[in-house]
Write a protein that binds this ligand. Structure first.
Ligand SMILES: NC(=O)c1ccc[n+]([C@@H]2O[C@H](COP(=O)([O-])OP(=O)(O)OC[C@H]3O[C@@H](n4cnc5c(N)ncnc54)[C@H](OP(=O)(O)O)[C@@H]3O)[C@@H](O)[C@H]2O)c1
Length: 222
């Protein structure tokens, strides 16, 4: 059985996922409603985390304590190229009961060795990149995962959506115009290179219209 998959993301009013100021309490306060069995986090998201990572100590090599009463979700990261080397810090965080790396047959052996040494569970699915459909099936079969919340950027979201694996998309629209580089962006601003140039706006009106259209009106803050 395939688990139910939910994308939950914060976006700017012009649809960007970066350079936003997000109230993390609000963002993560909403996720308990899905009662996720696993959090699927993109490797790109892990690598982009701004917090400094402490060096490894011997705790990274100890087997995890497993309790059937532990209801926290699993942390699952697709990482076919073996780029994530911060599992010790993720393991020390209080949010997850266990860690699973999704890899492919092309994943470097040295990385598999790194994971095994640290007791990170491994699911091998796919030849080059991770076959996410297979991996989701295995998560269900091996760990009883029925609900997956995805915490990732547009890359993993896109792969999951194109593969028809997503059941729900949850979007928190923030009162900011970030700007983009394409003429098809709502707000083309190729000169901006950091969050500094984003425009704060004030939500003035929200309405649900026919056909599932949401009407948002913003006042520009001057
Ligand atoms: N605003 C929000 O709500 C929000 C939430 C999360 C993250 N973010 C932001 O999003 C940015 C990171 O996003 P991102 O798009 O660069 O990375 P990402 O989506 O977090 O990570 C890319 C993931 O997709 C996998 N992938 C790529 N191609 C694949 C394929 N063909 N088949 C299977 N898996 C594939 C990669 O695995 P491999 O390594 O194996 O290729 C990797 O795990 C950061 O700036 C982060 O802050 C924003």
């Amino acid at each position: 059985m395939l688990p139910r998959v939910i994308l939950h993301n914060a976006v700017s009013a012009d649809g960007r996922m970066d350079w936003l100021s997000v109230d993390m309490g609000q963002y993560y306060g909403l996720v308990s409603r899905w009662k996720e069995d696993a959090t699927l986090v993109g490797a790109g998201t892990v690598l982009a985390a701004p917090d400094p990572v402490p060096p490894e100590d011997e705790a990274a090599f100890e087997p995890p304590e497993v309790s059937p009463r532990d209801k926290r979700p699993l942390l699952v990261i697709p990482d076919s190229r073996g780029r994530v080397r911060t599992w010790h810090a993720l393991r020390a965080a209080p949010y997850w009961r266990g860690m699973v790396a999704l890899v492919s047959r092309a994943t470097p052996r040295a990385y598999l060795h790194y994971l095994k040494q640290r007791h990170i569970d491994i699911i091998v699915a796919g030849n080059d990149r991770v076959d996410l459909r297979k991996a989701l099936h295995t998560l269900n079969r091996r760990y009883g995962v029925k609900v997956v919340r995805v915490d990732s950027g547009g890359t993993l979201n896109g792969v999951l959506l194109r593969a028809g694996l997503v059941d729900e998309v949850s979007i928190l629209v923030h009162p900011t115009l970030v700007g983009g580089t394409s003429p098809r962006a709502l707000y083309r601003a190729p000169d901006l290179t950091s969050a500094k140039g984003t425009l704060g706006v004030k939500l003035a009106h929200v309405a649900k219209l026919k056909g599932g259209v949401v009407w948002l009106r913003y006042q520009i803050r001057r």
